[in-house]
Design a binder for this molecule. Structure first.
Ligand code: 5GP
Length: 181
């Protein structure tokens, strides 16, 4: 089926994202000061740009790993059922771990991932989400650090897609369907 026509309105500029990441990296460095190794776990695929920029701001010994949880598929509605499509390559038992998520929406994905990773007994596990939509929450969860709180809108850009498109936009924008305008 053809995708409906839409336009993207900028919500958060590339410059604002970069400034926020610099500040967040400072907070993370303080929280994990003295770590022998921080395992930074990116949730694929939406966090790949965020994690790339974040780790380059972190003045800590880091290792990067990825986990893929099921997402929206090609639509714009969450399915609520979370499945692990790709697991970590490395072990996290006894390690310091930072989970990097693109968006906390209903909260089901992050809740599921945290439960799974905690069962592997890391020494410390914290979470960071670039975006948070608190008005959409169905599970009581909040990331340790949040980049920006945003309203209930479908966003793309900076690694985040709509039907696999628009991940390469350097900013975050909201999708506006033209037949809704
Ligand atoms: P949750 O389980 O918290 O409802 O959903 C988290 C996941 O849903 C995010 O990691 C992201 O993949 C997807 N998601 C939530 N809101 C949006 C959005 O506005 N745009 C896109 N493309 N994905 C979203």
């Amino acid at each position: 089926m053809a995708q409906p026509a839409y336009v993207i309105d900028q919500l958060i500029s590339a410059k604002a994202i970069a400034a926020r990441i610099e500040a967040l990296a400072g907070d993370i460095e303080t929280a994990f000061a003295g770590t022998d190794k921080l395992i930074v776990v990116g949730l694929l695929r939406g966090s790949f740009v965020f994690i790339a920029d974040l780790v380059r701001e972190l003045d800590l010994p880091v290792e990067v790993d990825f986990l893929e949880a099921s997402s929206y598929g090609d639509g714009t509605e969450s399915t609520r059922e979370v499945r692990i499509m790709k697991d970590l390559r490395g072990k996290i038992e006894g390690r310091d771990v930072l989970v990097v998520e693109d968006i906390v929406d209903t909260g089901h994905t992050l809740t599921h991932v945290i439960g799974l990773l905690r069962s592997r007994q890391p020494r410390r596990l914290e979470t960071i989400a670039l975006l948070d939509k608190p008005s959409r929450r169905e599970v009581d969860i909040k990331a340790t650090w949040t980049g920006f709180e945003i309203p209930d809108a479908f966003v793309v850009g900076y690694g985040i897609d709509y039907a696999q498109r628009n991940r390469n936009l350097p900013y975050i924008g909201t999708v506006r369907f033209l037949d809704e305008a």
